[in-house]
Design a protein around this ligand. Structure first.
Ligand code: CU
Length: 150
């Protein structure tokens, strides 16, 4: 067998393996995101978003950052009551254990959206992008609910 016939076969094999790898990744999401929403706060340029994260894999999943085209800056915050006072603190990295579900909800973990670039009407949604430690980006649509939503 000459070198000329071997090379294209190797290339074809590499392309096929890449396609197989891609389809495996597409079938097994690294992170399941459910029920993403935010409260509309008229006149405010900050908002908190909530969601539920589930790790369906057998490895820990680490969220390193969150972004949204709607906000100049987004980060994970945690509300804690210290000495009877409610305080918010940045929560740097969030590690979700295999099989674990983490709920962001009012009074606890939330996505802090700062510098909102445009108002979003109740009932509409906007993208939130979660960046994982392995470089994967997970995009979800967060629904805007009225100020009274719990
Ligand atoms: Cu906050």
């Amino acid at each position: 067998m000459s070198h000329r016939t071997v090379f294209p076969r190797a290339l074809l094999y590499a392309v096929l393996m890449a396609l197989v790898a891609f389809s495996v990744v597409a079938q097994a999401p690294a992170l399941i995101v459910l029920d993403a929403w935010t409260r509309q706060v008229p006149g405010s340029d900050v908002a908190a978003a909530y969601l539920t994260l589930r790790n369906p894999t057998t490895r820990p999943v680490t969220i390193v950052s969150i972004e949204s085209p709607l906000a100049e800056h987004a980060m994970i915050h945690e509300t804690k009551t210290v000495g009877g006072q409610s305080q918010m603190r940045p929560h740097e990295q969030l590690v979700i254990s295999p099989g674990q579900t983490v709920k962001f909800e009012p009074g606890g973990l939330h996505v802090m959206l700062m510098g909102l670039t445009q108002p979003v009407a109740v009932g509409k949604s906007f993208p939130l992008v979660l960046l994982l430690a392995d470089g994967t980006k997970v995009q979800v649509a967060a629904v805007v609910r009225p100020l009274s939503a719990q």
